[in-house]
Ligand binder design. Sequence first.
Ligand code: UDX
Length: 443
Amino acid sequence: MPKKTSVIGLGYLGVTQAAVLASLGHEVTGVDTDKTKIDLLRQGKVPFYEPGLEDLLNNAIGSGRLRFCDTISELPKEIDLHFLCVGTPAKDSGAEVDTSYLREAMNSLATVIAENATIVGRSTVPVGTADELEAQLSALTSKKFDLIWNPEFLSEGTAIRNSLDPERIVIGSNSARAEAILRDTYREIIARDVPVISLDRRTSELVKIASNAFLALKISYINGVAEIAEKTGASTAQLADAMGLDSRIGRKFLNNGLGFGGGCLPKDLAGFAKFAEEKGSSAFYQMLQSASIINEDRQNKVIEFAKELLGDLAGRKITVLGASFKKNTDDVRNSPGLSLAKTLVGHGAAVVVHNPIPISVKMPTEMAFNFSLDLDEAVLGSSLVIFASDWDSYKKISPEDFTQRVQEKNIIDARSIIQAKEWKSFGWKIRILGESQEAQANG
Ligand code: UDX
């Protein structure tokens, strides 16, 4: 049965959730306190880049099933299903999560909540958050309600596919009634043979953070292997292909390179490590911490390669390809490319960062490098080009595109995306993360 729902918080998760729910036939009101964002969304414009989302949003608005408002107190009173999609960013310490937006949402919900409402948390939260929010809201209202957790597993760039055709739906619940409502809301998705895992709330909160920390460990594992490969005459890319054929290991998230960034993996890894430390699991804490250290170390390896190729970096023009933390997103949170650019600036280099699409948020002001959307301009007169991100358009660049424009023909491929042999035939010197000099010479 179509439901009347709200989606509270309209970031990557919330806009996708709102448009997807409307596409499933539900009547959705999206709410966010950022009035500029609401104005854009009302015009059918997505305030960030996510492939396919603008079409889905416009179809939803056109169908009359998706509306927006800028305060929770304006939500229609008959809504009895609320999805919490507000951000839970890292606090300045990096390891602590700021759940204040969730608590603010509870304060506001208390003023409009219907009798027997169901609240579904989707944000990534520390374990125990659902219990705390439930206690908070209970103290503010005499209405009966259920609060369950349904962690999101959306990856930026593939958010719609991950929503409509997820690998699993996790429901953390202490209420059979609320779980049945949520299952009915997702009926069309579940009918596609998607496994639904019913858990208690605390386990469901942990599933998300433990999954993301595991993905981070997997990437750091292959980046650790890359350090060994670089020193032993081996090729990490070939190793990963061979390892990945073991279905117990799997090839996904085994791409070595500049490491993981984004709004989730670094934050969840740090948060989980802190949690492990607090609970006295010191060996596990160290394991998680090591993954962070390996992730940062890869940046140092690029600097080492850069010095090998250029000697002193001061005054040299260096082009970093890729400001987004990965392809198909304009998100620059914890971007490995930007972090590298900053380090290169620290070494006195004149750095230009290129991205194939504009960045919708303001670039941090302390970043003393130039930003360009024009590839030709970005490499003009450069002494070193660094492939820092895996955009498909970068894979299509041929040596002819760059050879006449640069000052010196040096490349560091930090994402294993170029055809090294072809570039070498044009006289380029190449360093590839995870590949020894011998492997590079053979490659
Ligand atoms: C992640 C989780 O994948 C998703 O399930 C969760 O809901 C949100 O967090 P996302 O942050 O969009 O998604 O990015 P993801 O695709 O996981 O990539 C994270 C980082 O790891 C990127 O910087 C990417 O370049 C890097 N990465 C990924 C590698 O370095 N190697 C790999 O093999 C895979």
